[in-house]
Design a protein around this ligand. Sequence first.
Ligand code: GAR
Length: 208
Amino acid sequence: MKKIVVLVSGGGTNLQALIDAQKRGEIVNGNITCVVSSNEKAYALERARANGIAARVIKRGDYGSQQEYDRALAGILLEEKADLVVLAGFMTIFGETVIREFENRIINIHPSLIPAFCGKGFYGLRVHEHALARGVKLTGATAHFVNEVCDGGPIILQKAVETQIGDTPEILQKRVMEQAEWKILPKAVSLFCQDKLSVQNGTVIISE
Ligand code: GAR
C-alpha cells in the first residue's frame, strides 16, 4: 500500500475528492496518510481531521531562506515516508531539493489545459480570469508530475471543459473543478499507486 501525502493551502476540495475516492475504493493500492498545509487556517486541515488523517503545518515565513524551507519540507515528507506527494491547491513554491528527492513522485493538479494558462503567476482564480479574457471556448484541468519547470512536468491526464456565455471566473472555476479536477486527480493518483505510470522522454506512458 503506497503512502500518499497531500499538500494543501486552502479550501481543500481536491483533497476532499481524494478522500471521497478513497472511501469508494477508487484509490487502488494507496492510502492518504498525512495532509501538510502551508497555512494553519486552511479549511483543508478540518477536512483532514474530520477524516482521521494526520495533519501538519509548515509555513514559508518560518524559514529564512528558500533552501532552509526546502530542507524542512523534504524532511517532513521523508519522515512521513511518502511514496507519493500530491499538490492539491498547494500555493507555496519549493525548489530542487524536494523535486530531486521525489522525482516523478509529485503530482500536481492545475486548472487549465497545459500548456495554456500555466506557469508563473497562473494559479487559482487567476487562471480562469485569463481564460475568460482570452475568450477560449474550451478549458479544463491537467494532472501532471512536478519537475523544475513551473507547470512544465510530464502530463498524466487532462480533461476538457466548455466555457459558457455568462461565465464569471468563479462559475468557471467551479465547473472545471466538478467536471475535471475532482475526476482526473483521484484517477492519476490511483494509476500511480498501481505502478501504471512511467515517464519516457519527458512524456507519461499509461499501462492499462
Ligand atoms: C484548484 O482549482 C487547483 O487546481 C488550483 O487551486 C485550486 C485549489 O482548490 N491549483 C493551482 O492553481 C496550482 N497552480 P482546492 O483547495 O479547493 O482544492
